[in-house]
Write a protein that binds this ligand. Structure first.
Ligand SMILES: NC(=O)c1ccc[n+]([C@@H]2O[C@H](COP(=O)([O-])OP(=O)(O)OC[C@H]3O[C@@H](n4cnc5c(N)ncnc54)[C@H](OP(=O)(O)O)[C@@H]3O)[C@@H](O)[C@H]2O)c1
Length: 260
C-alpha cells in the first residue's frame, strides 16, 4: 500500500484529497493545525477503508514545525510516496492596509513550507527513483492580483518552482505536478475576508473540491507538469494574460478585485 502526506488536510481541497486517496486504498499522513478535525477525519477514513492514518498537528509557518513533520514520519518508518503541499491561505486588501505579520505568515506557509517540505522529502524519492509531489498553486499564479498581491505572487512562485522541478526530475522517476484550481468550494474565501461586493466574486463559478481533486489525480497519472483544474473557464482565464500588455492586464484585474 502507498502512503500520501497531505498538508492542510483538515478542510477544503486537502480534506477531499484525503477522502479520494483513502477510497483508492492509500495510507495517509494528515497535517494541519486543527488536531480535532484531523483526528475525526483519520478515524472516519481508517474505519471506512481499512487504511493506516497518522495525524501530525503542526502550524507549518515555522521551520521547526516542518522538521517535526519530517522527523515524525521518519521515526515511524513511513515511506511517503505522494507529498501534497496543499496548506495555504489568502488575504484580501491593499498590501499597505494589511498587517505585515500576516503577509509574512502567508509567505512562510504558501512558499517556505512548500520549498522546505519538498527539500526534505524529494531526496528520499530520488533515491528510491519513485514518488510524486503535488504542489497546490492557483489560477491566481498567471497574473498579478491587486488587493491579493502577496497571495497571487506566492502562487506564481509555486507554479514556477514546480515546473522547474518537474523538468529536473522527469527522468529520475519522481513526478512533480503543480495544480492550478480556479474558485473552489472550501473555507478559503471566508478565511481571506474576500468581499462579496467585488466583480471578481460575483463572476466566479465555484468548482467542487471533489472535482478538483479527481482532475488533479488524473493529471498526475499522465505525469503532467501543470494542470489548470476546475472547469473550462479557468483555461481561458490563464491564457488571456499572454495576449495583453502587462499594465493593461493588471489594471483590468485591479478593477475586478477592487472593493466597491
Ligand atoms: N478555494 C479556492 O478557490 C482555491 C483556488 C486555488 C487555489 N487554492 C489553494 O488550495 C489550497 C487549499 O485551500 P482550500 O481552498 O482548501 O482552503 P481551506 O478550506 O481554507 O483549507 C486550508 C487548509 O490549510 C490549513 N492551514 C492553514 N494555515 C495553516 C498553517 N499555518 N499550518 C498548517 N496548515 C494550515 C487549514 O487547516 P487548519 O486551519 O486546521 O490549520 C486547512 O486544512 C491553498 O493552498 C489555496 O491557496 C484554493
Amino acid at each position: 500500500m502507498t502512503t500520501a502526506l497531505i498538508t492542510g488536510a483538515s478542510t477544503g481541497i486537502g480534506e477531499k484529497f484525503a477522502k479520494e486517496l483513502a477510497s483508492r486504498q492509500t495510507n495517509l499522513v494528515l497535517v494541519a493545525r486543527s488536531q480535532d478535525k484531523l483526528d475525526n477525519l483519520a478515524t472516519e477514513l481508517s474505519s471506512k477503508y481499512q487504511i493506516k492514518t497518522t495525524v501530525i498537528a503542526q502550524d507549518l509557518t515555522t521551520t521547526a514545525a516542518r522538521k517535526a513533520v519530517f522527523d515524525t514520519v521518519q521515526a515511524q518508518n513511513i515511506t511517503i510516496d505522494l507529498l501534497i503541499n496543499n496548506a495555504g491561505f489568502g488575504d484580501y486588501g491593499a498590501f499597505s492596509d494589511r498587517p505585515l505579520s500576516k503577509m509574512m505568515e502567508m509567505v512562510q506557509l504558501n512558499i517556505s513550507a512548500v520549498v522546505e517540505l519538498t527539500g526534505l522529502f524529494l531526496p528520499l524519492m530520488q533515491t528510491r527513483k519513485d514518488g510524486a509531489i503535488i504542489n497546490v498553486s492557483s489560477i491566481a499564479a498567471f497574473q498579478p492580483i491587486p488587493y491579493m498581491s502577496v497571495y497571487a505572487a506566492s502562487k506564481a512562485f509555486i507554479l514556477n518552482f514546480s515546473e522547474a522541478l518537474w523538468a529536473e526530475n522527469k527522468d529520475l522517476g519522481v513526478r512533480i505536478l503543480a495544480i492550478c484550481p480556479g474558485p473552489t468550494e472550501s473555507e478559503f474565501y471566508d478565511r481571506a475576508d474576500f468581499p462579496k461586493s467585488t466583480t471578481a466574486f460575483n463572476t466566479m463559478t465555484m468548482a467542487s473540491a471533489e472535482a478538483v481533486v479527481k482532475e488533479s489525480l488524473r493529471a498526475l497519472d499522465k505525469s503532467q507538469s501543470t494542470a489548470v483544474v476546475g472547469g473550462f473557464k479557468n483555461q481561458i482565464i490563464v491564457n488571456l494574460p499572454r495576449l495583453m500588455p502587462r499594465d493593461l492586464l493588471v489594471g483590468v484585474v485591479g478593477k475586478q478585485f477592487k472593493h466597491i
